[in-house]
Design a binder for this molecule. Structure first.
Ligand code: ADP
Ligand code: MG
Length: 210
């Protein structure tokens, strides 16, 4: 992994978030407080603005820096959760190295575990984890099989999509939507949607580079 890959991924994520303003905003208006797009936009813009500084760092240090910055820039529930993902991913890469798909997959999985621990949520609770847990599991599985990058990216894009859609018919048991009970049914979770968009954008970018 190179720091330039992380910067390219951040640019791709920024575009995906900006292109989906109305979707993200209306999803969070339906079952939240309507600020999810603003939160994600602020986070993505801040990271892209840091690209010159990030370029001087190793990948693990860049991810740690991204996490620390998100902690202070994204508000809401999603800020600290996404921050802990990047900090934990950076820490794991620092400890284990970043020179194989398997190590990158393990670091991604550690990032998802950090979200689980911080938010005390799991799969099936109508949150971003309904995308991130299946994506992480699939990434670890395919990396262990030494699957080629193109195949991994195609697979993760569809796993993310399925996870995002799965939130539609769930009752929320964590986050703001938890107070809505059955009224949350029929609405996709905004954090799951933004995570699906991020996975899709990064995979697309990797495919372009491959
Ligand atoms: P807030 O809910 O504070 O307004 P955002 O709108 O930015 O913050 O983010 C809402 C998203 O955060 C939800 O759609 C959900 O995916 C995610 N979320 C909320 N609580 C948790 C949690 N405990 N664990 C994982 N994800 C969560
Ligand atoms: Mg919100």
């Amino acid at each position: 992994m190179k720091t330039s890959h992380i910067i390219n991924a951040a640019q791709a994520i920024q575009q995906a978030i900006l292109n989906n303003e109305s979707t993200l905003e209306s999803l969070d208006r339906e079952i939240g407080d309507g600020d999810h797009f603003i939160n994600m936009k602020r986070g993505a813009n801040t990271i892209v603005e840091m690209q010159a500084e990030l370029a001087t760092l190793t990948p693990d240090a860049a991810l740690n820096k991204i996490g620390m910055k998100l902690l202070s820039t994204i508000g809401g529930a999603s800020g600290p959760l996404l921050a802990s993902f990047f900090m934990s991913m950076g820490k794991t890469l620092k400890e284990n190295g970043d020179d194989s798909q398997l190590k990158i997959a393990a670091a991604f999985a550690a990032g998802v575990q950090a979200i689980i621990q911080r938010g005390k949520a799991d799969i099936g609770e109508k949150t971003m984890l309904d995308v991130l847990i299946p994506v992480s599991n699939q990434l670890v599985l395919l990396a262990a099989q030494n699957c080629e990058t193109q195949k991994i990216c195609t697979s993760l894009t569809s796993v993310a999509e399925a996870g995002m859609l799965s939130t539609k018919n769930l009752i929320a048991t964590k986050g703001r939507a938890a107070g809505l009970g059955e009224r949350a049914i029929g609405h996709i979770d905004p954090g799951a949607k933004s995570c699906q968009l991020m996975v899709e954008a990064v995979c697309k970018r990797i495919l372009l580079e491959a």
